[in-house]
Every structure is written in structure tokens, then in C-alpha cells.
Design a protein around this ligand. Sequence first.
Ligand code: PRX
Length: 661
Amino acid sequence: MAPSPNSQPAIESILQEQRLFEPPADFAKDAAVSGADQYQTLYDKAAADPAAFWAELAEQELHWFKKWDTVLDWQPPFAKWFVGGKLNISYNCLDRHLTTHRRDKPALVWEGEPGDSRTLTYAELHGEVCQMANVLKDMGVAKGDRVGIYMPMIPEAAIAMLACARIGAAHTVVFGGFSSEALRDRLNDAEAKVVITADGGFRKDKAMPLKPAVDQALAGDAVPSVTNVLVVQRTKQAVDWTDGRDVWWHDVKPEASNDCPAEPMDSEDLLFILYTSGTTGKPKGVVHTTGGYNLYTHTTFQWAFDIKEDDVYWCTADVGWITGHSYIVYGPLSNGATSVMYEGAPRASNPGCFWDVVQKYKVTIFYTAPTAIRAFLKMGDQHPNARDLSSLRILGTVGEPINPEAWMWYHNVIGGEKCPIIDTWWQTETGGFMITPLPGAIATKPGSATKPFPGILADIVDAEGNPVPANEGGYLVIKHPWPSMMRTVYGDDARFRRTYWEHIPPKDGNYVYFAGDGARKDEDGYFWIMGRTDDVLNVSGHRLGTMEIESALVSHPAVAEAAVVGRKDELKGEDVFAFVILEGTHTASDELKVELKQHVVKEIGAIARPGEIRFAAGLPKTRSGKIIRRFLRNLASGEELVGDATTMEDQSVLEKLRTDG
Ligand code: PRX
């Protein structure tokens, strides 16, 4: 069976894409990995013996309190890396730089939405992380506990993550755009002891409250594990206060010591849980552990961004997503780089905002999502052209397939035709980049993530796991464990096994990791990602499960049944389209549509708000009662139906679905 990706952005134009951009010669000559031959040598060496390859890097690149006994313990599908080794990622991100020239180098450069800013050197960041770590300890947080982080994009978000890592508590960051309900579910699943939050943050020109969502999530002892809430003051909005539970950061900080030794962690100790959407059920807690994650994010950051000592690196993601974890906080800081954090977001009211930040801080490496690129493209060239972007030397993209038009605009207008573009394919589950150009080594093709990172054995297979010929669509799989792979679904090994490792049936005990993406490999071995093959949507680079949105809709009293599909969207890549069947006594109206959209926002968050709701009398179902989503996708896009409708239970349903009712 060939995969049927939910979204195939500009797939025809991608298929015809022939342009090839060689790494500029002056760039390649200074690059850490320079030229196709060097990449191939590294790749072959890693593929011949992945464990030896990673062990050599682990020795060379990280500080270990104690060296490991075994590099890789692989009991499919459970991997352990650097077994017996002891380290602390906060030590690798901070302490080890303090004895070098990096002590006074900016670690975090933060630009606030209203134009305020702050720079923390490595020494300063270390001090604040220690202070917060000591505050957490005073709250009774110990090694092995979990801490929820629900923050705007301010330095304290990174400080909180590093403070947890320092004392061996696992963090679970919940994106600040998620609702109180979503926050409650995640805090409960992780059994968090403390929540770190802020009064609010600035979002698109407005102060947005955050603390009230925490209060709501915790109300009525709904999350019994939480004993304290640590609150950072950001917007100075009035907040409700629960004495004995809530603590202001600025009240306790002055008394907290800026010395807190980093806890020696076992390489396989839990570092963080990050929830992400899947095909079925509640979001799953993706588990990442310490040693392998540290090494892999460190190495991928170093090679793919070709990091140099004086680079100013900016990733525009939110720390609430894996991109923020791996490539705002851990990867850059482990390398001693300068990482820019920005509280703002692209918006029509400030169409030059990103380019102002690039100009102000002389950003050299810029990493963003295709959605943002498309939004800026639409706002016009005059905005970037009016700023000095000459500092840029590498551009990156992540989160969704990039259409060649957006790629070319990024290359020409933002990169001045001189910056390699790295299109990085990876996932929350993979921890770090899996398929990406190394900018000095691999020629790029607009729309292709190009080649696997050394040590990553990627392939395209059919449903039985057989490799498919060049240029044929199939399932993207990884055939060997890698250091930062997710270890399990938090509390649910069976779901981990089922979702990722048994989807493609293991042959002769050989398990392959199933990514959930459709892709093809061209005659040059370049990978082209086509989009999800499951019921996961990618809206503006944000991952959403159709089931989650359907559950949110049916939790409204007016809704009897709901089916959600993705519809192609020029800006967002994909948009949420919901078909809704009402409970008997309720009648369809525009007001009800607005109310239902708002209900989804309340249940999940604004990122899940349906772009369109269509009321329906019935849904297309097979005789066995399964919703035929393919037809719904066709209907949502106003396309002709693809496929055979004769298997349907009730043929008249389809006609009625073309319009409301
Ligand atoms: O479908 C792929 C898409 O984003 C999914 C992973 O989403 P998430 O776990 O939220 O992580 C996003 C940031 C790493 C993938 O299964 N995706 C990610 N990067 C790309 C991409 N699709 C195409 N090209 C990419 N570069």
C-alpha cells in the first residue's frame, strides 16, 4: 500500500524540482564538514559501526563525571546509550564553559516583545540557574521528580529547564499557548510536583495572562501532585494568589545561593517529557534521557549549523516545542554558542520584526519555520530589504515541508543568494536532526531535506518493510537506534512499541522506527518529505491529532459526532476543517460555529482552532462503520472524490456533505 500523505504541499512542483545549489566555495573551505567526500567518509564510518562513531564523539565532546561501561544496549525497541556513564547536561551547557574564555560570552540574548532586552553571559546564566535550582530544592523537588514549565519566551524559561536538569528533576514544558485543560492533563500524566510559570507574556502586541490558566488547571485539587507554583513576574498584570502554594521568583531569588553543584546523573536518567500529538488518544509523553540526548543535540547543532566561536545564532521556535528544547537551549549552550531568544511572533502589525532582530544582534545563523517564511514573503520584500541582513551566513527551516517558492524567496531575499539553507527533518521523538544538509558539504535542492545525518540509517519502505525504488513514495523509517531517540511513551511502553516499532512488522528481529511521514528518495539519494501518513495534522508547523480536536468538539453539549481533517492552506500549510453532526435538539447557526471554535480553543488552545466547521447530517462510513477520511479531505478541499464510494453504507451522505446540513 502506498502512503497517502494528508498534505502534499506543491507536490507536483517538488517532483519537477531540478535546481541544485552547491555550497558556496568560500563557505565550504572553512566548514567543519567540507565537501561531499568528507560527508560520505563520515557517513560510511558511522554506518559501519554507529556505536563506535558515537562513543568517539561522546568522549571528545562531552564532560563525563564517570565514563560509561557499555555504549549501546539495544533490546528492541528499547535502547540505552552510554550505560553506566554519569554526566549532567546543565554542567555541559554551563559549568564547563566557565573556566574558558566563554565565561563572559553572551549565552542567551533575549529580545522582549515590547522592545526590552537582556543578555546573560555564561557566568550570569550559571548563577541564575543555580539560584532557581536551589529554590526548587527548597520546595522539596528532588532527583527523579517532575516539574511543569508553562512560560512565555523569556530567559527564565531556559533557566527553569536548566535548573531542573541540574538537580536531576525532569521537566515537562507545556507550550504557553495551550489551554488550562491541556495543561492539567499533562501535569497529571507527569505527576508534576511544582509548576514554574509567569504572570503572563507578550504575544502579538498584547499582554497575555498565563497564571490564571495554571490556577484553573490546579483548581479543586485537580492535580494533586502539585505542591508549589513558582511565578516569574513579566507583564505585571494582577494575579490571584494561593498562599502557601504560590511563590514569586523575585521574592525568593535574592536569598537563593548562586552555587548549586550539578547532580551526577546516570546517562539513562530521565531528562524531560514532552507531550506530542499522535493518531489516537491523548497526547503522548515523549521520554528523553540525559547522555544520548546531550551528545546528539550537541553534535547535530555543531555540524549542521557549522557553528563558529563568534556566531550569533537565532532559532525563532518557542521553548514549548522540541525545537526550542534542542536548538534554543541544549544544543547551542552545550556548544558554548550565543543563542538569541525572541518573545515576539510574525504579525502584520510589525512586518519587519524578525529582520529588526537579525539587524540588531547581527545574527549569523537564522532558523525558522516555513510558515513564518511564507508569512513574511506575503508581507513583501520591502521589509527585509530595508534592514541590514548581511551578517547572515546560514539559514535553516523546520517543522513542515517547505515549498520551493518559499525556499527560493528565503534564499534570494533573506540569504542574499549566499547562505546555504538547511532544511532539517526531525521530530519530537527523534530529539535532534535526522535528515539535513551539512551546509559546507551537501548541495541543496529546494524542498528536499537532502541526506541523513552521519549515524542515521534512514530509508523509504512499503508497508511490509521492503525498500521501494527511487522516486517512489513510501514510509520513512530509521533502521538503527540513535543516541537521542525517544526511550518510551511516559508510562506506556506498549504504546511506544505499537506506535513506532511494530507498525512496520519487524523481520528476523530487525526493528525499524516508523516516523509516520511519507517520503521518497530520488536518484541522488535525496529525501523528499511528503507529509504525515496518519491522522496527524501539521498546522503552521504545529502538530495536532485529529482525534484530540474531535474529542474537544464532542465534549460540547451540542455535538453528537465530529470528524476533523486537514485542508491545504497557502500560509499555514494545513488548516483544521471539522465536520460536525449536532445533537437532536440543537440547530445549526453561524453563532454555534463561533461557539464551537471557541470551545476547541478552551479545550486545547488557539493553535487548534478550526478554520472551518461544516454541519453535517451524517458522515461517510464504510459498512463496518469506519469514517472514510479520504472523502472528507476531498470535500474539505472542494476536490473531486478520489476512490470508490461503493463501499459506503449510505451513498446519499456524500451529496449532503458538500454544503452545511
Ligand atoms: O511531518 C514531519 C514534520 O513535523 C513532524 C514532527 O513534528 P514535531 O514532533 O512537532 O516536531 C517538529 C519540529 C522538529 C514530522 O513528522 N516535519 C518536521 N520537519 C520537517 C517536517 N516535514 C517536512 N520537512 C521538514 N524539514
